[in-house]
Design a protein around this ligand. Structure first.
Ligand SMILES: [Zn+2]
Length: 87
């Protein structure tokens, strides 16, 4: 997931994140523009439910949908512990 650097609106990557509250996560970002290379933080917060979960729904079944719960190629923004990207 990329965001925009506030300095020159270049693409920036999320290098790490930390859970602040149940609905808010702090993102630590790094600009990909080599002439800028600034670092900044941003917040990711829950907005509102647009469509309610299906009645009787539950957490995904790990045996049927193993990729839904974790993917080593994706940063888990919902992780409880701080996450850091390699590279
Ligand atoms: Zn920048």
């Amino acid at each position: 997931m990329l965001v925009r650097c506030p300095a020159y609106l270049s693409k920036a990557r999320i290098a790490a994140s930390e859970q602040i509250t149940n609905n808010t996560r702090q993102l630590y970002c790094q600009c990909l523009n080599l002439n800028c290379s600034s670092t900044f933080n941003a917040s990711l917060s829950f907005g509102e439910i647009i469509r309610s979960p299906k009645q009787g729904s539950s957490k995904p079944d790990h045996t049927k949908q193993p990729d839904l719960l974790s993917n080593p190629n994706q940063m888990d923004l919902l992780a409880d512990e701080p996450m850091y990207c390699a590279g």
